[in-house]
Design a protein around this ligand. Structure first.
Ligand code: FRU
Length: 564
């Protein structure tokens, strides 16, 4: 969030207080179906709530066969406020189902970001025999009359004995507060630290650029371990938010565990505004020590970023997910302009869930990030695809055949720029060519750019930045690209996830063409496959479901395959 009086004023409608007083935990029924004001931008592949404002992913946990995605949610409107935890579930990270709001703002507090773990050993004592509690640690932001100074932030606990459907507050909240209390102490992320046999919490003092680490045997009593910060913070005025400390096997070797500290920073991102930076290092059970820190005074380019686009923030990993690789998901927006994003009746989407790995690249451990194997398998399963034999384009732009047109698609290819100075693709392109989002490789600067300067609606905010760039050498003269296009976004994964760029776009609905181009020379596009991931029409599945009054809580449109 930004340090603006608006976002910290925590003014709550009296009605909400009356309705939710004491009702910390709710199992509200779903809202009635609502007509979309901007269906052309409602994603098919990315999670959005049916209506209202959403920001950070919270409480990411796999339990009893389901992935849970809780999130910062305003149950009362399409702007940030009344912060509560919305909830959605999935069994495959592709199809999401919206659930009732899980934890509501109430008379005493708003519910800011946090995490959930399955307490299988019942260390908290909050479970019952044979019933593993899900335990949420979240930030309480206290209101006038709560017994804390208004705006105080402290960490609280809630638990669920029915696999996340309903939540009860712990009787003695908060479980962790600073002394003196702080208005910037938030975003607890909890994990099990197996070597030590205890729970580990990372949290931040946002305006001090400090990640604070704590340990606990029972998720209730927390002991301070250490602080992680940087010498000579280069981004005074920015906030550190949503930390996550993740162990990863370097090059897949379980004997070489490195720890990755993700710190979301706002503003000061590589793409402007908010973004997710990371540090690779070691963790001895008490202190995180990064291998390398950029010298004081460095600019964002000297830091490492999980994603180089403008719309990847508050990234966090799922706790307890099956599979060798951690799964990360982020809020697909940016505090620079999130409040002005022109969608209604919802505002805010999640990125695709992605798998993380740590690979030695240029002698250094680096994160690689790519869509989950489940997503690729789903996209490969019988979807209409157009395969184009090797294309060579010389100093021109070539529109691809009609069958490649679409607003929800995955494009995979090898791009070899050869003699061209620049080469790439245009997606969501209009018939007259005036609109389109470009993915461009520049052979002079060795950079990949996602350019949304002509992507459609952009006037809603001056801060809606235009081009996002990452340094990326070619591998054997070419670049492997996976591009996921949705109605309101483009995600680019290059060279097997060595670079990722995620941007929101707001194109007209009929801008559905794909083109390839080269400038000042010849480029080849090998093995180009365009896979359609939803009908190119205007959501018949959703429309008919809503007409049947059946869209509570999530229309099948969210299921991404356009089928009823
Ligand atoms: C990050 C953030 C968190 C906070 C939440 C409030 O985007 O500012 O630090 O807990 O959003 O909605």
């Amino acid at each position: 969030m930004r340090l603006t009086p608006y976002r910290f004023s925590l003014r709550v409608a009296p009605l909400l207080i009356a309705a939710l007083s004491g009702a910390h935990i709710a199992a509200a029924s779903c809202a009635a179906p609502s007509a979309d004001g901007t269906p052309q931008w409602r994603p098919a592949l990315h999670y959005t709530p049916q209506r209202n404002w959403m920001n950070d992913p919270n409480g990411l946990v796999y339990d009893n066969g389901s992935y849970h995605l809780f999130y910062q949610y305003n149950p009362l409107g399409n702007d940030w406020g009344n912060m509560s935890w919305g909830h959605a579930t999935s069994t495959d990270l592709v199809h999401w189902r919206e659930q009732p709001v899980a934890i509501h703002a109430n008379a005493n507090e708003e519910i800011f970001s946090g995490s959930i773990v399955a307490d299988a050993r019942n260390t908290s004592g909050l479970g019952a025999p044979g019933n593993t509690p899900l335990v949420a640690l979240y930030t309480s932001v206290y209101k006038e009359g709560s017994g804390h100074a208004p705006g105080t932030q402290a960490q609280s606990l809630a638990y669920s004995l029915d696999h996340g459907a309903t939540w009860r507050p712990y009787a003695h909240n908060p479980v962790l507060t600073l002394d003196p209390e702080s208005k910037q102490f938030r975003d607890p992320k909890v994990s099990w630290y197996a070597p030590g046999g205890y729970w580990l919490m990372t949290t931040v003092v946002a305006d001090a650029h400090v990640v604070k680490l704590y340990r606990s045997g029972d998720l209730i009593h927390w002991t301070f371990l250490s602080d992680f910060t940087l010498p000579g913070i280069p981004h005074e005025g920015a906030l550190w938010e949503m930390p996550d400390l993740v162990p990863l096997a370097l090059d897949g070797d379980p004997r070489r565990i490195k720890w990755v500290m993700i710190v979301n920073v706002n503003p000061w991102s590589i793409a402007g505004g908010s973004g997710s930076m990371y540090f690779v290092g070691d963790f001895d059970g008490r202190t995180f020590t990064p291998d390398r820190v950029a010298p004081a005074g460095s600019d964002p380019a000297q830091f490492r970023w999980v994603d180089h686009g403008a719309d990847f923030y508050a990234a966090g990993t799922f706790s307890g997910a099956p599979g060798a690789r951690p799964v990360v998901i982020a809020w697909m927006s940016n505090w620079d302009y999130a409040a002005k994003a022109p969608t209604t009746p919802w505002r805010g989407a999640m990125t695709l869930p992605r798998e993380l790995a740590l690979k030695t690249i240029d002698g250094e451990p680096r994160l690689v990030i790519a869509p989950t194997a489940a997503f690729d398998a789903w996209a490969d399963r019988g979807r209409p695809a157009t395969h184009l034999a090797d294309l060579t384009v010389t100093s021109t732009l070539t529109e691809l055949p009609v069958a490649t047109r679409g607003a929800v698609q995955r494009i995979t290819l090898w791009l070899a720029p050869r003699s061209a100075v620049r080469a790439g693709l245009v997606v969501r392109r209009s018939a007259d060519g005036a609109i389109g989002t470009k993915i461009v490789y520049d052979t002079v600067t060795w950079t990949l750019t996602l350019d949304r300067s002509q992507s459609g609606e952009a006037n809603f905010s001056d801060a809606f930045s235009k081009q996002h760039i990452v340094n990326l050498p070619l591998e054997h003269g070419r670049l492997k690209l996976e591009i996921v296009v949705d109605r309101g976004s483009v995600e680019v994964f290059a060279n097997g996830g060595r670079a990722a760029l995620t941007d929101l776009i707001f194109p007209p609905r009929d801008a559905d063409r794909v083109a390839v181009f080269s400038e000042h020379g010849s480029a080849t596009f090998d093995g180009l496959t365009v896979t359609q991931l939803a009908g190119s029409d205007d959501d018949p599945a959703c429309a008919s479901r809503q007409a049947a009054g059946n869209s509570c809580c999530l229309p099948d449109r969210q299921h991404g395959d356009g089928r009823l």
